[in-house]
Design a protein around this ligand. Sequence first.
Ligand code: GAR
Length: 210
Amino acid sequence: MTRIAVLVSGGGTNLQALIDAQARGELTGGTLAAVISSRADAYALERARQAGIPGYVIARKEYDSNRSMTAALVDKLKELEIGLVVLAGFMHILTEEMVRAYPNAILNVHPALIPSFCGAGYYGLHVHEKALAYGVKVTGATVHFVNEEPDGGPIILQKAVDIFPGDTPELLQRRVMEQAEWQILPQAVSLFCQGRLSVEGRIVTIKGEI
Ligand code: GAR
């Protein structure tokens, strides 16, 4: 069983999608072992509590740099014997020590079709504001491995979502979550935990049917 830690900063709807998938028996080979939040008041911690998953807080403001926050996170993950780290609405850029501690074992969900609308400054609602301002007709979500480059790691799964006239960032965010993120994140986590993902350079190969 791969022990999974989910890192969160806010509402935690993607965490909820993982909790629901586990309850349906769909996280084959994995178990949700910890939720670590960068904010003590994140609703995601309440979702963890209700699901009986241990919750921890590692708040950025308690550390003097991203590097020392990352070091504290790595220590906690190792102590909990975590095998897969999932960034699910985690709003901090971790330093390379994290990637070194968990090479090709950190997944991130991003609310756009990478390489569009990604990188520094593209997070949460801003991503959808920027997609609408650019006038794209299709957006979506991406689950990828995390490497040293923000939103730059090898892509595991993507799903496209239509944009409609009159969409607001909030409407679009909700549609991208419902039609893409909440489906492909649990799917990618399960594929990882079944050992069905292999990575060569930028290319992720999925073994078997999905
Ligand atoms: C999600 O849309 C997630 O993809 C995004 O923040 C939201 C968190 O929602 N993440 C990023 O933008 C990371 N670059 P949630 O807390 O309800 O899962």
